[in-house]
Write a protein that binds this ligand. Structure first.
Ligand code: SF4
Ligand code: SF4
Length: 413
């Protein structure tokens, strides 16, 4: 695609990046077929190709309007379009640049601004979020069923093994996961402990920065990124083998730290190192294949009939991190029977704060996803991201867990 960027962005780092991405797009339209919002709305401007065109116009000097903002807001940033694109267009990075420009030039109505401000603060503070969730759980019996369903129940973490191995990895604690699903990191720590690896957390690390980044608070997000790098650095210097992330949405962000801070003289090198060490927990377990096979052989025999599980692969895992089929292989090896899930490439509608900011589209995606996941008659559903877990839980008629909990259970937890 030919581009003529406007003077105000030409020859700037983000202008150069956007230009390189735009030039790769050949307008073929293959990406339309896998875009959830285009599937729902049928409007070219709610497709990847249409949004790419909107960002191009904007960067070439066309007026930036509420219409541009609306179509970018409706994008889930699921990146299914990237997986489909034969030209390697990095749509997610272009959308980030487009959104940052829109945030500088188009104001939002006060109510929307307040809601975004509130979400950027409430969801990134694990203490504030824990207090709010505890209140919500207490009030649940008094709430209408539609609202009560959206409050996740308690999940007991169980015992976490002490750090006793020479091999160490650092876990991202995150912001909402310790309240919604403390069982996830606890299960990961138990599985890794059996594999001879201690999983430790850095007390002062917190939100990965993804939530504020996608709410127009990109500067605040970078403050979280730097705080995490500072918190993890002593462990990295002491020889930690990996930064392990059990929420794939956060993993996508941590793997991007190097890119986000590439222009920062104080943090560029450290950020690149952290991104190089970041691993989804499935990558870590897959890398310990022989150890896992030995543990499975020694574990109590599974029931005669394998438990039927539907795996929901989050967009951040399959499109963001391009990890496909890894969790499924681990679960099969651990003795679970995976049921088929039609349209597994489509987003469930969780997408960070999308379910709050775009409730109608999110509800339609949730409905379709629940139907697809339950169509194979599974006993339970497994996923790899806390946001998807909480969102799907509000619609499923079966339990949902993080898949690492199933491996933990199979090994005899
Ligand atoms: S599939 Fe890729 S090259 Fe084709 S229109 Fe979509 S983004 Fe552009
Ligand atoms: S990121 Fe997802 S919703 Fe956005 S344009 Fe791409 S496929 Fe569509």
């Amino acid at each position: 695609m030919q581009t003529v960027l406007a003077d105000w962005i030409r020859d700037t780092p983000r202008g150069d990046e956007a230009d390189a991405i735009l030039r790769r797009c050949v307008h073929c339209g293959f990406c339309l077929a896998t875009c959830p919002t285009y599937n729902l709305l049928g409007d070219e401007l709610d497709s990847p190709r249409g949004r790419i065109y909107l960002v191009k116009q904007m960067l070439e000097g066309a007026p930036v309007t509420h219409r541009t903002q609306l179509h970018l807001d409706r994008c889930l940033t699921c990146r299914a379009c990237e997986t489909t694109c034969p030209s390697g267009v990095e749509y997610g990075k272009l959308a980030d640049i487009g959104r940052a420009v829109i945030a500088e030039r188009v104001s939002r109505p006060p109510r929307e601004r307040m809601l975004r401000w509130f979400l950027a603060r409430a969801l990134t503070s694990s203490r504030l979020f824990a207090a709010g969730l505890a209140l919500g759980r207490m009030a649940r019996p008094l709430l209408p069923a539609s609202l009560a369903r959206r409050i996740p129940p308690r999940r007991e973490p169980g015992a976490v093994p002490p750090a006793r191995h020479a091999r160490r990895m650092v876990a991202l604690r995150g912001c909402v996961q310790p309240s919604i699903a403390p069982s996830t990191n606890a299960a990961a720590a138990r599985v890794l402990d059996r594999l001879g690896i201690s999983l430790v957390e850095a007390a002062s690390a917190g939100c990965c920065g993804a939530v504020p980044f996608h709410l127009d608070y990109q500067r605040d997000a970078l403050a979280f990124v730097k705080a995490n790098i500072d918190a993890w650095w002593p462990e990295v210097e002491a020889g930690a083998e990996a930064i392990v992330v059990t929420a794939s949405g956060c993993g996508t962000m941590v793997k991007d730290y190097g890119h986000l801070l590439r222009e920062d003289p104080a943090y560029a090198k450290k950020a690149a190192r952290i991104s190089g060490l970041a691993r989804d927990v499935s990558e870590v377990i897959a890398g310990e294949h022989e150890g896992l096979a030995a543990l499975l052989r020694a574990a109590p025999k599974p029931e005669a009939k394998p438990r039927a599980v539907a795996f929901h692969s989050p967009c951040s895992l399959q499109h963001g991190q391009k990890i496909q089929g890894v969790v499924e292989s681990i679960l099969r090896e651990a003795g679970f029977a995976l049921t088929s899930v039609p349209d597994a490439h489509l987003c469930c509608g969780s997408a960070g704060t999308y379910s709050i900011l775009q409730p109608e589209l999110s509800r339609r995606l949730l409905h379709d996803k629940v139907r697809a996941l339950e169509s194979g008659g599974p006993e339970l559903v497994a996923t790899a991201n806390v946001g998807c877990l909480a969102h799907l839980e509000s619609g499923l008629s079966r339990p949902i867990v993080h898949w690492i909990e199933l491996v933990d259970e199979r090994l005899g937890a």
